[in-house]
Design a protein around this ligand. Structure first.
Ligand code: CMP
Length: 321
């Protein structure tokens, strides 16, 4: 497959012009990845570096040996690069890359890059300077996530009731997403067999409001079981036909499902009423970290409650007999 003609949107090449730019472009080969396709696995060896021409790519890391569960590390889109660590360090891939949407990728091998760098040390300097600035930004994001996750984990794990947990999850959400103007925590209620608003801050549905399983957003989450970022709700085709009850009055939102062994046990949502594009993929990664803690804490609360109920039942039985 040929290289797409429109190469303006590749920040990595921003400072490189003339013959060297042409030489760089001639080293790139283009390939397509279908949504859901694994581009490379964690631990695999390869010397290829990727630039995203079109589409979105998820970077994720397995958190168990069976590779049944993954931690979302980043979502990268058009113009961004990945796969540089294995290429420059000569080590196995530190995480998995998977196409989140259909994507067009441009790839170049370590050998071809070093050949070009040997001929043009100035290009090597410019490319490395750019890579370093992006890597520093990624490190900054990771450090922020670590601090938020640490604090949210501590707070949420200590909650003794669902209302207390909801308050702490809202603290985590607002700590992580500086542009959030509202937050909702919706949780499955076994008793009523419906989803219910447990936590709310800012505008939107009242605590206790129930959400139908047929709501457009809930249906989408059932089908896709992944975090969702809407830059502009007014024209988001993925929610076509949805009633919009959950996100009434919002212009953009980021959503993270609470997924446990029992399935979709809830959802955590941050909204902006004043801005479209209020959130980035990085916000989505942060929100998924908070929702991960909320899931574990809710499951723990459920087991504690079941244990209390069991003890009560045993005591009642023995007092009757
Ligand atoms: P590599 O180790 O070759 O393969 C996995 C890729 O995921 C890695 O290179 C980076 O390009 C990318 N990656 C790893 N950690 C992060 C992160 N914290 N943020 C963004 N991208 C990352």
């Amino acid at each position: 497959m040929g290289i797409p003609k429109d190469m303006k949107d590749i920040p990595l090449l921003g400072n490189i012009s003339g013959e060297v730019r042409e030489a760089f472009l001639s080293l790139l080969s283009a390939e397509n990845a279908k949504a859901g396709e694994i581009i490379f696995e964690e631990g695999s060896t390869s010397d290829r570096f990727f630039i995203i021409k079109d589409g979105e790519v998820e970077i994720r890391k397995a958190v168990d040996v069976q590779k049944a569960r993954y931690k979302l590390i980043a979502v990268l889109s058009s113009g961004e690069f990945f796969g540089e660590m294995a290429v420059f360090m000569g080590e196995p891939r530190s995480a998995e890359a998977i196409a989140r949407t259909d994507a067009t990728l441009l790839t170049v091998s370590r050998n071809d890059l070093s050949g070009l760098f040997a001929k043009s040390p100035d290009t090597a300097f410019k490319v490395m300077e750019f890579l370093t600035s992006v890597l520093m930004e990624r490190l900054r994001n990771t450090t922020k996530e670590l601090a938020i996750v640490y604090e949210t984990g501590r707070q949420v794990a200590a909650a003794r009731s669902v209302p207390e947990l909801s308050e702490r999850v809202m603290d985590g959400l607002f700590g992580a997403l500086d542009n959030a103007e509202a937050g909702l925590l919706i949780v499955w209620n076994d008793f009523n067999a419906e989803y219910e608003v447990c936590g709310r801050r800012g505008f939107g549905l009242e605590p206790g409001a129930s959400i139908s399983k047929d709501d457009g957003l809930m249906k989408w989450l059932f089908e896709n079981r992944e975090s969702f970022l809407s830059f502009n709700l007014a024209n988001d085709g993925r929610l076509a036909g949805a009633a919009g009850g959950i996100y009434e009055g919002a212009r953009s939102m980021v959503v993270s499902p609470l997924l446990s062994r029992d399935g979709l046990i809830g959802v955590l949502i941050a909204f902006s009423r004043t801005r479209t594009n209020a959130f980035s993929f990085n916000h989505m990664v942060l929100l998924s970290a908070v929702s991960g803690y909320a899931t574990v804490a809710l499951e723990n609360l459920k087991y504690i409650q079941q244990e209390i109920d069991r003890n009560l039942l045993t005591q009642t039985k023995s007092s009757i007999l």
